[in-house]
Write a protein that binds this ligand. Structure first.
Ligand SMILES: [Zn+2]
Length: 123
């Protein structure tokens, strides 16, 4: 999708969670970041070479960090994953995890819309 659209979704979910001080920034990075102190959410530009579902997943992953930071959770904990999946529920997307990151993303019909099984985990 377009950057503007992804930004709009991101800021609306941040607002719902009372995270009004977070700035979403796109960078030519190899990965994303959620910077707790500087309140910056970094999204790598490469996500736009992937399907919409992956872009949404990436954004929700970083937003989940900010939500969990409020509980002093700085890990990819079980609770972190629950928040991440609950944010993705509204987009009817389900994560199939391989440790921390998804190996697959499914739509509401259970169809695979993103498959990372053969890619390396470097995000
Ligand atoms: Zn993470």
């Amino acid at each position: 999708m377009k950057k503007e659209q992804l930004l709009k979704i991101g800021y609306s979910i941040l607002k719902e969670n009372n995270l009004n001080d977070i700035e979403i920034i796109f960078k030519n990075n190899i990965r994303g970041f959620a910077w707790y102190k500087s309140r910056k959410l970094i999204l790598p530009e490469f996500i736009f070479r992937f399907p919409n579902c992956y872009q949404l997943y990436y954004l929700m992953h970083e937003i989940s960090h900010f939500i969990r930071f409020e509980e002093n959770d700085f890990e990819h904990s079980k609770e972190f994953k629950e928040v991440e999946q609950s944010l993705l529920n509204r987009f009817h997307l389900k994560l199939i995890y391989k440790k921390v990151y998804p190996k697959k993303i499914l739509n509401m019909l259970g169809q695979v819309v993103y498959n990372n099984e053969k890619r390396r985990q470097n995000e």
